[in-house]
Design a protein around this ligand. Structure first.
Ligand code: AMP
Ligand code: ZN
Length: 409
């Protein structure tokens, strides 16, 4: 391993250290691991350098240039907005620190790639139960019909929505081979006979670079974009349209994947609202409080506060983060898990008219529609549940045990 300490031209205040950490692996794939180096000067402590480990030798000047750009364009301009805590569960947290390791040992979670897992009972049943609980609440309160959407989404839809420009680091594009007989043959030949000493993965990448093309679709990073696309170009005939759907989502979380907390492939239940500003904001708020009550009934400790998305790599990223926090456009439900950490198990989002405009959706009054969505990460929810209640269903709250017993009949 090659180790470097790269000085930063601008020191990063401690309050932004996390924002820097969250983006480090997206700066360069050469970074195998990193550590922020804090320095005290003039009575303040700030990050003054980054210690980096790389598998191959690095061009230090080039790396410093990349880090300086990241810091000056995306980190330091982030203005300070204190998190607004809007709810705290009355349940107190005790977490089992070895939950993930025990799940692997017991075969409840089966590792199958970076940030990818298979699951077995009773964890599978728990995921389904939590999904049903939140889906049913959305159906009861808003009559939200259930839909099922594909795992692929047209890349053009992600471009139109602004997702592609805001979060390019997460996207996993679908590729396919050039549709010609000669291409298939040449591709198979090339991957069957890698160059001497060439790693099979490297041979595959080299062959794909020559013989494949973008399929026009991307593995969907969220469920709700399908809903806006479906409503595109329409005038709503009511003040509030709501839809709910569960789907598999994909985000390339680079080396940030960790246990069941951060995955490359995960399952999201979304409840989507489209309509007038007042109705969308009211729906988000009332559903959010319904969710908090359910979380408390599930016996879970946690809290909810304002949050922002990891905008990356575009002009105005810092501004978007600030606006989102200041205008309280995103709240997250944070649940304690093993190791003294907390994960965002759900988010409650208001998008203003940005998606209504992008997809030309109007309200019955002829105004541009507002949109909002509530998104649950089902693996995170279930993982937080077992971190807090343990892996043995005998220790789970009665209503959950009863519901699981009923579905097994
Ligand atoms: P977001 O659209 O980023 O607010 O995501 C909605 C919800 O999906 C989050 O609150 C998480 O519960 C879940 N989620 C997002 N990214 C991941 C991930 N990489 N791994 C597991 N769950 C995730
Ligand atoms: Zn959404």
């Amino acid at each position: 391993m090659h180790e470097y300490t790269i000085p930063l031209s601008r020191r990063v205040p401690q309050r932004l250290a996390d924002e820097l950490s969250k983006r480090m692996f997206f700066v360069s794939e050469a970074i195998e691991s990193f550590e922020l180096v804090e320095e005290s000067a003039d009575g303040t402590t700030a990050v003054g350098a980054v210690r980096i480990a790389a598998r191959a030798p690095l061009d230090e000047a080039a790396m410093q240039h990349l880090l300086d750009r990241l810091v000056s364009e995306e980190i330091v301009p982030q203005r300070s907005v204190k998190a607004h805590r809007i709810w705290r569960s009355g349940q107190s947290a005790t977490t089992h620190d070895d939950t993930f390791e025990s799940m692997i040992d017991q075969g409840l979670a089966i590792g199958s790639g970076e940030g990818q897992f298979g699951f077995a009972e009773p964890f599978l049943g728990l995921i389904s139960h939590l999904d049903v609980v939140f889906r049913t609440a959305a159906q009861r309160s808003f009559g939200a019909p259930e839909r099922r959407y594909p795992g692929l989404i047209a890349t053009e839809v992600l471009a139109r929505s602004g997702y592609l420009a805001s979060f390019p680091q997460f996207l996993m594009f679908a590729g396919r081979l050039h549709g010609e007989l000669d291409s298939y043959k040449a591709f198979v030949d090339q991957v069957s006979r890698p160059a001497p000493a060439e790693h099979a993965g490297a041979a595959m990448s080299r062959a794909l670079a020559v013989h494949s093309t973008h399929a026009g679709y991307t593995l969907s990073p969220a469920v709700c974009y399908h809903v806006y696309e479906q409503q595109a170009g329409t005038g709503l005939d009511t003040d509030l349209v709501s839809v709910t759907a569960r789907g598999t989502c994909f985000r390339h979380e680079s080396r940030y994947h960790r246990s069941l907390e951060r995955l490359w492939e995960f399952t999201m239940r979304e409840v989507v609202f489209i309509g007038s500003e007042a109705r969308v904001l009211e729906a988000r708020s009332s559903f959010m409080h319904e969710v908090f009550a359910i979380v408390e009934e599930l016996g879970l400790a946690g809290h909810a506060e304002t949050a922002s998305d990891p905008f990356f790599c575009r002009a105005g990223a810092a501004e978007s983060i600030w606006t989102q926090r200041l205008m309280e456009l995103k709240y997250e439900l944070l649940l304690p898990v093993a190791g003294g950490r907390s994960v965002a198990a759900a988010s409650f989002n208001a998008h203003g008219t940005s998606l209504g405009e992008a997809f030309s959706i109007s309200t019955p009054d002829g105004e541009v529609a507002h949109t909002g969505c509530v998104a649950f990460g089902l693996e995170r929810l279930a993982y937080a549940f077992v971190c807090q209640h343990g892996l043995d269903p005998a220790d789970w709250p009665d209503p959950v045990r009863r519901a699981l017993a009923d579905t097994r009949l």
